[in-house]
Design a binder for this molecule. Structure first.
Ligand code: ADP
Length: 409
């Protein structure tokens, strides 16, 4: 079985004005190099690049589109001084993060013309991401001829949700005609963390009930029953659920009509809910960053403290509901930039979970930062555990596994 055939896997995550890349060796499970092109299409595009174990380099480049951005990234990967490859021919496969797979994909797929059509079709559901994700794929097809591209969908892991969890109580015709339902996002992260938790607890994932809190700029919770997603807090779009950096999460939907009647246009309301709300809207310091919010609260700013309390209250509300729905959880898991690093944010949540038998260990909570570890007391019936996520490694592994099994057939 020539597994080596898929040793070097490039992972591409293309956003509206950025393209992130990570080159893995799957034999050694290491990152050879990674980087990002930012401000694509603008006058001040940048390439940030880092070889494994070395410091970051940043240089100004010209990148008018995603194709040019990829070309600049590739040039760096084969650069005689700073590169890690002799030739781009060493890249065996490419894994792409794609936001929305609709109801069509519950697993990664090798990209074909038909798959590209579905990604295009799903742009209706993910208008900000799917078109640029596709641009990343097309750019790779041009640069890397005869190298398989695999699409890994952010919605895929959540496709196990039962109908009673994913339907909205709207007239049925909107589901039938427009596919309006809950899809959920951060699926690649939730899947990685679910498996990593099973490894941490030394139990098969199929036997575990978990509540996974992915807390970053965007935040979502997944309820996992016997290893499968039962429910999640994001919906048709990444807007609902938890209080996020700049997104409001759950609100009374009638607020939208109320604001419209006050004279705001649909686009203005969209902007308010997605870009000016969440921590940014309420913490009084005009920043969507949790670190800034905590610093402001520590300096006595009441609005910032209230933002942290709201964040903790909302997250605990979901944990309580999901704990019931999964029939009692084996653990509640914290991941993402906030979940992995922010002791005060975790405290704001866990201090509200005592009724579930989850009690914070203040010392461990301070100690665990960016690594895996238990942060609840030994006597807690429901352990709270930090498990760092790694979406890029998950995409590389899924790409590798898909191609290795396709090869076997
Ligand atoms: P994204 O959703 O963009 O991937 P991240 O997962 O990187 O975001 O999370 C970003 C959030 O994590 C920010 O609110 C940031 O303040 C927070 N964060 C990162 N490191 C720390 C830290 N050491 N302490 C507190 N918050 C942190």
């Amino acid at each position: 079985m020539p597994l080596k055939k898929y040793d070097k896997i490039l992972v591409i995550n293309s956003g509206s004005s950025s393209l992130k890349f990570t080159l893995f060796s799957m034999t050694t499970k290491t990152v050879l190099a990674k980087g990002l092109v930012e401000r694509i299409g603008g006058p001040n595009a940048n390439l940030v690049y880092q070889r494994d174990g070395e410091s970051k380099m940043t240089q100004g480049i010209s990148a008018e589109n995603h194709g040019k951005a990829l070309a600049m990234a590739c040039k760096m990967l084969v650069d005689p001084k700073n590169g890690v490859l002799k030739s781009l021919k060493e890249v065996n496969a490419i894994g792409h993060r794609v936001l929305h797979g609709g109801e069509d994909f519950s697993d990664p797929v090798v990209v074909t013309e038909d798959v590209k059509e579905v990604i295009k079709k799903c742009a209706d559901l993910g208008p900000l991401h799917n078109p640029v994700n596709l641009e990343g794929i097309v750019a790779c097809e041009t640069v890397f001829t005869n190298v398989p591209n695999v699409a890994v969908f952010d919605t895929a892991f959540h496709q196990t949700m039962p109908k009673y969890a994913y339907m909205y109580a709207l007239p049925q015709k909107y589901y039938d005609e427009y596919h309006i339902r809950k899809y959920g996002f951060h699926g690649t992260s939730h899947k990685f963390v679910a498996y990593a938790t099973a490894e941490f607890l030394k139990k098969p994932l199929e036997e575990l009930n978990l509540i996974i809190c992915h807390l970053g700029n965007g935040s979502s919770i997944a309820a996992i029953r016997k290893g499968k997603v039962l429910d999640t807090s994001m919906g048709l779009t990444p807007l609902p659920g938890l209080i996020m950096g700049t997104r409001c999460g759950d609100i009374d939907p009638a607020i939208i009509f109320f604001l419209a009647r006050k004279g705001l246009s649909v686009d203005e309301i969209d902007n308010v809910l997605n870009k000016q709300s969440g921590l940014m809207g309420i913490n009084g310091i005009d920043s969507g960053d949790m670190r800034d919010t905590i610093n402001a609260a520590q300096q006595g700013k009441a609005a910032a403290q209230n933002a942290i309390d709201m964040f903790g209250h909302r997250t605990a509300l979901y944990i309580g509901g999901y704990f019931t729905l999964v029939g009692g959880a084996d653990a509640v898991i914290f991941t993402g930039g906030i979940g992995e690093n922010s002791a005060p944010a975790r405290k704001a949540i866990i201090s509200r979970l005592e009724a579930l038998g989850c009690k914070l260990d203040e010392v461990k909570n301070q100690e665990v930062c960016g690594t895996a570890g238990v942060i609840s007391t030994d006597s807690s019936k429901l352990p709270a555990i930090v498990i760092p996520t790694n979406e890029e490694l998950m995409i590389a592994s899924e790409t590798f596994q898909l191609l290795a099994t396709t090869l076997k057939k």
